[in-house]
Structures are given as structure tokens and as C-alpha cells.
Design a protein. Structure first.
Length: 277
């Protein structure tokens, strides 16, 4: 019997947690499905992330927490623990999770439990780690080893390792944030055209949502979801790829909106109306 009905019920239960989990669709990589893809714990508490093996063979996954920093291009770099600043170190210290290794049968889901307890004297702010879920390649079987030994010579195996990383936030205190958009323009990278714009943020926490470009008549031309500005940066660039057909529609004043995701309420965060040059 398929395990997917159980998985859907698990996701419904997660949605019921309300303010603990930000509603973001599931993300798949290789044979691994993860939901939700963004966790927010206000004042600490607990949450769950559901992993599901959507492949046809058993698979084992390792779960870790790590640090990443956003730069002004919107890209991320890994941060070694010894290079962590005070905020990053506090985030690592307060996060607890289990299990740290999971073996799943095909179609089988399992929850990873996450908890956070900010210290009473911890300054108000947003604390973030990134939780990684990575497949552990299956060990070579005795039969395969025997075949390789019989063939003689040196054998090299290239095994892709799939993984997904999601942000986990702990917010302490009453935190505010606002954002602004500016200077939309066309840029080219090889044969691909992009709409590039400058994004800025103020306040004590990150902002997250989707960017959508509309004509003066309100026709949606382009959209990109999952756009964040994290507290370590106050400004970043965003590039949205557009087709020649989309670019042809982007004439005259174009309204670009930055909103929360519809499943999070769709509230307008920032907007700009300008010709794109």
C-alpha cells in the first residue's frame, strides 16, 4: 500500500502549526522531498520537517545544521564554525534536532523534530541556521566488489550526492522590517536577458516573498518566488530571467511588486513603477 496518503496527512498537520512554520511548498532534489522549505519559530518552541523518499529504492539521509551568509548578489557562502560571529554562534547553540540520520523505504515519510530555546538574556533579533538533508551513497555490494576485482585494474565510481538545504529561523522579541525596490534595468548574460533590480532592507529581521512585474494594464509578465533579504545584508541585487516575448511586453511604465507569498497572506512589502531600460 502506498505511503503517500500518510505523507499528505503529515503535511496537513504541519500546516496546522500556524505561526511556527512558514507555508512554503515542498522542495524535491533527486529522490528526496522536503516540506516545508522554510521554518520560522517565534520566541522559540518546536517544529517538524517531513522528509519523504520518492524514489524506488531505500535511501539513507544525513541531517546537519550549518551556517551560511548572503552577499550583495543574493548568493550564499558557507561559514565555518570557527568563523561564526556572535549571532551565528547563538543560533547554532540554541537549535536541537533529531534524528540526525534517517533510512527511508520508497514512499516512506518521516519527520525531523526541531526545537529552540533562546536564553532569557539573549538580545532580541533573528537567529538563523541552515538545515541540510543529504543522501548517503549506498555501499558497494559484495557482488559488485567481486565483479570489479575479477575485471582487474583500477575502477573509479562517480556517485552524485543529492541534497536540500532549508533555512530555520528563531525570532526573539518584536521585530520589524521593511524593503524597497529601485532601478529596474535589462542586463544580458550570454544569450539570456534578465530584469535586474536593486533591493534594500531595513529593520531587525529578514524579508521574504515573491517579485512580480506587471504592465500598466495589470498584466503579469514575470514572477519569481522565494526572494529573501537576510539581516547580514541591507542591499542585494535580484535577476529575473525573461524570454524575448516577455521583454517585448515590458515597455512603458512597469509596476514591480515585492509581496509575501500568497500562502503567507500576500501582503505588499515594496513596489516600484518605472520604465525598464
Amino acid at each position: 500500500m502506498s505511503q503517500f496518503p500518510r505523507f499528505r496527512r503529515a503535511l496537513f498537520g504541519l500546516a496546522a502549526l500556524g505561526s511556527v512554520l512558514t507555508a512554503v511548498p515542498a522542495q524535491a532534489q533527486g529522490d528526496l522531498l522536503v516540506a516545508p522549505t522554510r521554518v520560522v519559530m517565534n520566541g522559540g518552541g518546536s517544529a517538524e520537517v517531513v522528509l519523504s523518499n520518492i524514489g524506488s529504492a531505500p535511501a539513507t539521509y544525513r541531517i546537519t545544521v550549518e551556517l551560511r551568509r548572503m552577499d550583495a548578489e543574493g548568493d550564499f557562502s558557507d561559514v565555518a564554525e570557527e568563523s561564526a560571529n556572535a549571532v551565528e554562534r547563538a543560533a547554532l547553540d540554541m537549535i536541537r534536532y533529531a534524528p540526525r540520520r534517517i533510512t527511508l523505504l520508497p514512499g516512506q515519510p518521516q519527520a525531523v523534530r526541531i526545537s529552540a530555546r533562546p536564553a532569557p538574556d539573549l538580545p532580541d533579533g533573528e537567529y538563523r541556521v541552515h538545515m541540510g538533508f543529504r543522501a548517503i551513497p549506498a555501499a558497494i555490494t559484495p557482488e559488485e566488489a567481486a565483479k570489479e576485482a575479477a575485471a582487474g585494474g583500477l575502477s573509479i565510481r562517480l556517485t552524485p550526492v543529492y541534497g536540500i538545504t532549508i533555512p530555520v529561523f528563531v525570532r526573539k522579541g518584536r521585530l520589524e522590517a521593511s524593503a524597497a525596490l529601485a532601478n529596474p534595468r535589462f542586463v544580458k548574460d550570454g544569450e539570456q536577458t534578465f530584469v535586474e533590480l536593486d533591493m534594500s532592507r531595513t529593520g531587525q529581521r529578514s524579508v521574504f516573498g515573491m517579485v512580480e512585474g506587471k504592465t500598466a494594464r495589470g498584466e503579469a509578465v514575470f514572477q519569481q518566488r522565494g526572494i529573501a533579504i537576510y539581516p547580514e545584508v541591507t542591499q542585494r541585487k535580484l535577476r529575473v530571467p525573461v524570454t524575448p516575448e516577455q521583454q517585448a511586453k515590458l515597455t512603458g511604465p512597469i509596476r514591480i511588486e515585492y509581496r509575501e507569498l500568497p500562502e503567507n497572506g500576500g501582503q505588499l512589502i515594496a513596489e516600484v513603477t518605472s520604465a525598464i531600460r
